[in-house]
Design a protein around this ligand. Structure first.
Ligand SMILES: NC(=O)c1ccc[n+]([C@@H]2O[C@H](COP(=O)([O-])OP(=O)(O)OC[C@H]3O[C@@H](n4cnc5c(N)ncnc54)[C@H](OP(=O)(O)O)[C@@H]3O)[C@@H](O)[C@H]2O)c1
Length: 261
């Protein structure tokens, strides 16, 4: 019998992360599930097909000084990590100038600096055992700029390019890295995001009502992390057309985007 495999998933208490927990548990994996909300994590574990395969590791990923110790705890939980999926993230909505600097700092820290710090601590461990994969969840918002999303788009663009650089550095090694670039996924991310004043956007929830189902996204992410492929875009046909237009005909793309918003 093959030994069980271990995946560390951050942002595991809701949305895409919770769907990933369920998808990996269904495949017989052990999951180390990280987020701040203990009760929400417990509910995700309880609703999985094998609750005893979910190991809770609560943490605030904004606490940069604590991240090396967190990575060590995640590694020690099951005696190694076969796959880490850095999925935790936060949205923001507000104009580039009116958004408080603290909002930009929060978004950049959680979406970019935190996964990078975790990777710096985790990759050497994987290299030592010559085994492991690391995936990040970026966003198509990181592939082009748009109004009211400057900090979010910048954080995801930075993460995407960082991972592309990392891919070049590890391509001769047994370690594989992956970047997931989702379009709109049906989660409550916008209601948990920050407005320009740093308050929760409780009443804005467009992605909660439309978009690709988190379970569908999770299954595509699983397939990516089982392949040699580096990058996967998970998007609707309209979003794919938008990316094509942005590349080939940016003026038309922004004309249409302005009309839509
Ligand atoms: N939904 C979309 O349309 C969409 C599109 C493109 C990319 N994405 C990306 O997909 C990822 C998952 O988003 P989602 O849609 O599933 O959103 P979500 O349901 O709001 O999930 C965000 C997760 O991040 C965790 N988190 C937030 N702040 C944290 C902190 N300081 N420390 C530790 N964990 C923290 C949350 O848990 P706690 O609050 O319990 O800590 C939660 O588990 C994000 O990186 C997002 O940018 C989403």
């Amino acid at each position: 019998m093959l030994s069980p495999q271990h995946v560390w998933i951050t942002g595991a208490s809701s949305g895409i992360g919770a769907a990933l927990v369920h998808a990996y548990v269904d495949k017989g994996w052990h999951v180390i599930a990280t987020a701040r909300g203990k009760e929400a994590l417990e509910a995700v574990a309880k609703n999985s097909s094998k609750p005893d395969h979910v190991h809770l590791l609560t943490a605030d990923l904004m606490d940069m000084d604590a991240l090396p110790a967190l990575v060590q705890s995640a590694w020690d939980t099951c005696g190694g990590i076969d796959l880490a999926i850095f999925n935790a993230g936060i949205a923001q909505w507000g104009t580039a100038v009116s958004s408080l600097q603290a909002v930009d700092d929060h978004v950049l820290t959680l979406n970019y600096r935190s996964p990078v710090a975790c990777i710096k601590a985790l990759l050497p461990k994987m290299q030592q055992v010559a085994h492991g994969r690391i995936a990040v969840v970026s966003s198509i918002a990181g592939l082009f700029g748009q109004g009211h999303l400057a900090a979010y788009s910048a954080s995801k663009a930075a993460l995407t390019v960082y991972m592309e650089s990392l891919k070049e550095e590890v391509h001769m090694s047994p370690i594989r890295v992956h970047t997931v670039t989702p379009g709109v996924i049906r989660t409550g991310i916008m209601s948990r995001g920050l407005n320009a004043d740093g308050e929760l956007m409780r009443n804005r929830d467009p992605s909660g009502r439309s978009g690709i189902l988190p379970a569908v996204a999770a299954s595509k992410i699983q397939r990516l992390c089982n392949s040699r492929r580096f990058h996967l875009i998970i998007a609707s046909p309209a979003e794919r057309l938008g990316l094509f237009l942005h590349h080939c005909c940016p003026r038309l793309f922004y004309f249409l985007l302005r009309r839509k918003s």
